[in-house]
Structure formats: structure tokens, C-alpha cells
Design a protein around this ligand. Structure first.
Ligand SMILES: *Cc1c(COP(=O)(O)O)cnc(C)c1O
Length: 428
């Protein structure tokens, strides 16, 4: 199989689609995803986890386009969601309700009711307050909510501050030591059926040791709960598997599976994982066009029509994304360049201090690794229309979300009559 993004005829292709031609067809900036890349990642993970009976739930927040969810669902994935909107996206994409797990640290009663009505597979509950509320909502509806307790194992995932979630000081989950009290409380509630525990210690984790420590904690608590007479028949091991953006070492999947087997594999529990970034991160790119080149004192500024509103990861997480011309004009230059957008913020950059081939106005560049937490975090800041998303499969492509038009952008606002109609009394 050809790698999803590769060079052919002097330029970058997505599968069998020439990205230069695609840019002409859809305009820039745009996100492009490879179906094969997503499916390959899914299959690679399924190959090591299927033998252990682990269910793979795609963490929809990484990329919630229905076509992306449907691609992974067709490969076999369920969905891990964090809002009513994501439940709706997953259902619309064809994910069966029972294969949807509702995570999220503060669900509203309305979201709980919607999820119960839809018949989702499980609620991962993160506090006593939420458990009480879910019990009340379910009883009101004459239902019983399947519940997992999200525990916080107090493990440092060794990742960026803003994407670590499993330490005591993070807002997520319930201290694992409080699990017995939680299950004791749940046992007295008619609206909930709690037999599961979940955890999720962070994102972009490339060292496997934090997973091992967290899963070991889960194992010990499962045994302790069972000794106290609590039934635990499902463990949700969370997401967080990292990918290669620059020079990271990709986590070894066989090693990961071995850890799962050695820690929780013999408990007789149903198991699930919730990868997001791992499945889609390197399956997507952001294609931008150079609109201005501004030589600076020590570096050049390459302005592109893509900006922080399209891809906020560089400025939000100090994240590195490789950037390359679609069609390089020659070797890398000795002088560094910052690849920046037109947004009025110093934090508006896609890459800093890069040694790239000469770039001229009109050239196209690809920002790699933009398939996860890219389009989903985009905004219209500076009144910039949201970039379109394009899905490629072989030689086919389809615009899976069109660019927001200026007409749509303007139509989202409504100006009250008192500002436009001069005959209206403005009051005093
Ligand atoms: C964000 C999230 C995930 C996915 O994280 P990735 O790092 O993208 O794999 C999984 N589970 C929960 C509960 C999450 O909040």
C-alpha cells in the first residue's frame, strides 16, 4: 500500500489524489483526510487488541466530521463522546447507540436525558454530584443508566500540561481511593447500574509506563471492589496513545497490548479503549497558500491563508507540526522562516524557525499531522470562514464539509430593528 501522503511526480499526493489539483478545485486553506490512513491505523490497533477482546471506541472529539466517524465505524469502531452534539454526530454517522460511551466531566440533565432516550451503552460518571443527577434523571424517565466510574489514578502521563488529565490536581474523575464509596452509593440508587470503571490519563502519550501504572491501579481496585462484593464486569482504558509529529518514538502497539493483557487481561472483564488522535492525527493535513513573504532581521515571515483560527494547536499547546511545500522548489534554505497567518495575534503561527525550501507567493504548503484536534477546534476569529474538509479514498475525493461562505458568515448575526429602523423610538 502507498503511504497515505507521499510524493509523486514532484508533488504531494493524498492516496491517488494530486493535492495541487485538489487545492485548485476546492480553494485554500482546506483540510484533507486519507481514508486509508485512518483505516490502517484502526486495523493496526485492532490487530493487537482484538485477540484480547478489547472494543475500540473512537474518541469523536478528535475529529467529529460524520464522514470521518463513518469511516472508522465501517472499520469496526464504536464511539466515545463528550457532549450531546457528539452523540448526535455519532448516531448520524451510523454508530449503534449501544456502542457509544458518554464521557465528559460535567454533563447537563438535558444531555443525560437525550443519551438515555437514545439508549447509549454507558455513562462514564466523574463525580458523586453527577451520579446523583443521573440517577434522578433516569428514574424520572423510568430507565436505568449503565454507569462506569471514571477514576483518577494520580498518574502523570508525562505529556503537555494542557493535555494531562490523570493527576490529582486535574478536574477529571474521582480519586481512585474513593471508588468503594462511590459504588456503595450507586448500589442504593434505582436509576443507575454501576459495574464499570474507566480512566483516561491524558493525550499524546508516547511512553507506555504511565499506562502500565494506571492500569495496574485499575486492576487492584477491581480486585478490592470484588472482594467487597461489588460486581465489576467492564473496564474502559481510555485513550491517549501518542503519534509521531516530529521525532517522537511511536508507542509500540504490541508492547501496549502486552501491558493491557498483563494488567487487566485476566479479570474476565469486557475491555474497551478510546483512541482519538492515534486514529486520525496523521491521517489529515491542512493545505494553505502563501499569500505574502516578509523578510525580517533574522528570519523570514511566510504568511499563509491558513492561520491559528484553522489550526490552534501550535499556539495552544506549543505543538510542532511539520510543514512542507506541496512542490518543493529546491533544497532547504539556510535562513529560518516563521510560517504565520494573517490573524491579528502574535500567537498566530503554524510553525517557527523552520528551514524550508524557498517559498514564493502562490506556493502551496501542507501542515502535516492536522487530522486530530484541527478542524474541530477551528473558529471564525477575525471573521474568517471555516476551512472545508475533504476526504480522499483512492482516486476519489469528497468535500465532507464545505467552506463557510461569506453569506453564511453574515447570516449568522441578527441586528435588532432598533439599530436599523430609524422610525423606531430608541427609548431614553
Ligand atoms: C480526549 C479523550 C480521549 C481521546 O484522547 P486521545 O489522546 O485523542 O486518544 C479519550 N477518552 C476521553 C475520556 C477523552 O476525554
Amino acid at each position: 500500500m502507498t503511504p497515505a501522503f507521499h510524493d509523486r511526480d514532484g508533488g504531494l499526493f493524498a492516496e491517488d489524489v494530486d493535492l495541487t489539483a485538489l487545492a485548485e478545485a476546492v480553494g485554500t486553506p482546506f483540510f484533507c483526510y486519507s481514508s486509508a490512513a485512518m483505516t490502517d491505523r484502526y486495523k493496526a490497533l485492532a490487530a493487537v487488541l482484538d485477540p484480547l477482546g478489547v472494543d475500540i471506541l473512537f474518541a469523536v472529539k478528535a475529529n467529529s466530521n460524520q464522514a470521518v466517524i463513518a469511516t472508522l465505524a465501517a472499520a469496526g469502531a464504536g464511539a466515545d463522546v463528550v457532549s450531546e452534539g457528539e452523540i448526535r454526530q455519532a448516531l448520524a454517522a451510523g454508530v449503534p447507540a449501544r456502542r457509544i460511551v458518554f464521557a465528559g466531566v460535567a454533563k447537563t440533565a438535558a444531555e443525560m436525558a437525550f443519551a438515555l432516550e437514545a439508549g447509549i451503552g454507558q455513562f462514564n460518571v466523574e463525580s458523586f454530584a453527577e451520579l446523583t443527577m443521573l440517577d434522578a434523571v433516569a428514574r424520572e424517565m423510568g430507565r436505568v443508566a449503565p454507569v462506569g466510574l471514571r477514576v483518577n489514578p494520580d498518574v502523570d502521563a508525562g505529556t503537555h500540561e494542557k493535555i494531562t488529565t490523570g493527576r490529582k490536581e486535574n478536574k477529571f474523575g474521582v480519586d481512585i481511593a474513593a471508588a468503594p464509596a462511590f459504588f456503595a452509593a450507586a448500589a442504593d440508587m434505582a436509576g443507575v447500574d454501576a459495574r464499570s470503571m474507566s480512566l483516561h490519563i491524558g493525550s499524546q502519550i508516547t511512553q507506555l509506563e504511565p499506562f502500565e501504572r494506571a492500569y495496574r491501579g485499575l486492576r487492584e481496585m477491581t480486585l478490592a471492589l470484588r472482594a467487597a462484593g461489588v460486581t465489576i464486569d467492564h473496564l474502559d482504558l481510555g485513550g491517549g496513545l501518542g503519534i509521531v509529529y516530529a521525532d517522537e518514538t511511536a508507542p509500540d502497539l504490541n508492547q501496549y497490548a502486552r501491558i493491557v493483557r498483563d494488567t487487566v487481561g485476566d479479570l474476565g472483564c469486557r475491555l474497551s479503549v478510546e483512541p482519538g488522535r492515534f486514529l486520525v492525527g496523521n491521517a489529515g493535513i491542512l493545505v494553505c497558500q502563501v499569500i505574502l513573504v516578509k523578510p525580517g532581521e533574522t528570519r523570514d515571515f511566510i504568511f499563509t491563508d491558513g492561520a491559528m483560527n484553522d489550526l490552534i494547536r501550535p499556539t495552544l499547546y506549543e505543538a510542532y507540526h511539520a510543514i512542507r511545500p506541496l512542490r518543493p522548489r529546491g533544497p532547504a534554505q539556510a535562513r529560518p522562516a516563521d510560517i504565520v497567518g494573517p490573524v491579528c495575534e502574535s500567537g498566530d503561527y503554524l510553525g517557527k524557525g523552520r528551514y524550508l525550501p524557498t517559498l514564493e507567493v502562490g506556493d502551496l504548503v501542507a501542515v502535516m499531522g492536522a487530522g486530530a484536534y484541527g478542524a474541530v477546534m477551528a473558529s471564525t476569529y477575525n471573521s474568517r470562514p471555516l476551512a472545508p474538509e475533504v476526504l480522499v479514498a483512492g482516486a476519489r475525493h469528497h468535500v465532507i464539509r464545505p467552506r463557510l461562505s461569506y453569506a453564511e458568515l453574515l447570516a449568522r448575526d441578527s441586528v435588532p430593528l432598533w439599530l436599523t429602523d430609524q422610525t423606531v423610538d430608541h427609548g431614553a
